[in-house]
Design a protein around this ligand. Structure first.
Ligand SMILES: [Zn+2]
Length: 83
C-alpha cells in the first residue's frame, strides 16, 4: 500500500497519507498547508539507496538459499552412506 509519511514544512506536524497517484496533493491535517515533505523512512524504494539496499537483500537471500541447498545435499550424502 502506498502509504507515506510526511512532515509539514509549516507547522512540523507529521502524518501518514495514502498516495495512490504521484501527483496526488496531500495537505497537513493540522494546519492544511500543502507544503509537506515526504519522509524517506517508509517504502520509498524509488531512491538510489533503497535500490542498493533491496539488491543487497536479494543477494543475501540467494546466498542463504545456496547454503541451504548445500546442506541438504550434504545431508543426503550422509544418509546415503548409512545405507
Ligand atoms: Zn501543518
Amino acid at each position: 500500500m502506498p502509504l507515506f509519511e510526511y512532515r509539514c514544512s509549516a507547522c512540523g506536524h507529521e502524518s501518514e497519507h495514502l498516495v495512490l497517484r504521484p501527483d496526488e496533493r496531500v495537505v497537513c491535517p493540522s494546519c492544511e498547508s500543502p507544503r509537506l515533505e515526504r519522509l524517506i523512512s517508509r517504502p520509498a524504494v524509488s531512491s538510489e539507496e533503497g535500490r542498493r539496499r533491496a539488491s543487497r537483500a536479494i543477494r543475501a537471500k540467494n546466498r542463504s538459499t545456496r547454503r541451504d541447498q548445500a546442506e541438504a545435499e550434504a545431508a543426503r550424502i550422509r544418509a546415503h552412506d548409512d545405507e
